[in-house]
Design a protein around this ligand. Structure first.
Ligand code: MG
Length: 328
């Protein structure tokens, strides 16, 4: 699909698609629609430090007031076994007191990414993938699973591919094989293991995999995401589709929800910033297809977590979703 076709694609360009929705732009006077029984979820990464600023219990109440019902965690530390520095059970009790349930969690075990002292990335590793670490990875996931069972979670999600070492078809298959084994281990705890995409998975195998590279690399063979999906067992690994990153990878989320209808039980609902503001995401078609697939778990995500305005942006985003008839 070339860029022109891509922009014509129904679920990407949303002219007219926002009929029936009213939404407020950042900084504008907001008239909040009624908060109903929609099952809004939130990836708490969206709030950055604002999640923990002031009183955590009150922050959860604020989220509930916006209509948030489900949480997806980010920031679980396998070493301290805390979430954002807060004891797990304290976090759970405060969330549940506000009527929020913990449904999912993004976990990035250092072993999966190799790890080398002194060369740490933000996920606490050197970004190198190594199959030699398989036993360590599975061992780490035992502890991780035990903790997430206590939290009442349904999903454990691997948030990305290692930055280095998953480029060729064989490397992608090796990564898929480790995730298969992880998914099987995680399943024995009653949890569903999944993978969350960015845009890099929609490029073609090559020597290096860089942001934006997909636009210039020759499109030969299969995309990494297709190799990955073909080589993971649906019983062990599901896909949490990030619709914004799929669009950044020149994909149509509705086509993906059609092709992988039974493998995408969860969505990251996202835009450039506030949901609904860019006009480039056709939320109606995406939600319609997702619900038609029989799926129900979706999580709002907003980047730029250091802005200091994340709570405000979340409120504008929930106002948008609460005003959309097609959101359930
Ligand atoms: Mg995401």
């Amino acid at each position: 699909m070339d860029r022109r076709d891509f922009l014509k694609s129904a679920s990407v360009l949303s002219l007219g698609a926002l009929a029936g929705c009213s939404f407020s732009k950042e900084g504008a006077e907001a008239v909040a629609p009624a908060v109903g029984d929609k099952q809004l979820g939130l990836q708490i990464y969206s709030l950055g430090p604002e999640m923990y600023a002031g009183d955590l219990a009150q922050n959860f109440q604020k989220l509930a007031g916006m209509g948030i019902k489900k949480l997806e965690l980010a920031g679980y530390d396998p070493k301290s076994r805390k979430i954002g520095g807060v004891e797990l059970m304290e976090f759970k009790e405060k969330a549940e007191a506000a009527g929020l349930s913990i449904v999912s969690s993004h976990v990035n075990p250092p072993a999966l990414f190799g790890g080398e002292a002194g060369k740490e990335t933000r996920d606490g590793s050197d970004g190198q993938f190594s199959t030699d670490k398989k036993d360590d990875i599975l061992e780490q996931f035992k502890t991780i699973s035990e903790d997430h069972v206590k939290l009442g979670c349904k999903y454990l999600i691997q948030p990305m591919m290692p930055v280095v070492g998953v480029n060729s078809e064989d490397e992608c298959k090796a990564f898929a094989e480790i995730l298969n084994a992880t998914g099987e281990a995680v399943k024995s705890f009653g949890l569903q293991f999944g993978y969350h995409n960015h845009n890099m998975e929609f490029c073609y195998p090559g020597k290096e995999r860089l942001m934006g590279d997909i636009f210039t690399r020759p499109k030969e063979g299969k995309m990494l995401i297709d190799i990955f999906m073909e080589n993971t067992d649906p019983a062990n690994v599901c896909w949490e589709l990030d619709i914004y990153w799929a669009i950044m990878g020149q994909q149509d989320p509705v086509e993906l929800l059609t092709k992988f209808a039974d493998r995408i039980p969860a969505l990251h609902v996202k835009d450039r910033c506030i949901l609904g503001d860019s006009g480039m995401v056709n939320y109606q078609k995406i939600f319609d297809k997702f619900f038609a697939n029989g799926m129900t778990d979706y999580f709002i995500e907003i980047e730029d977590t250091e802005s200091g305005k994340q709570m405000e942006r979340l409120e504008a985003s929930t106002n948008f979703l609460n005003s959309c008839d097609f959101v359930k």
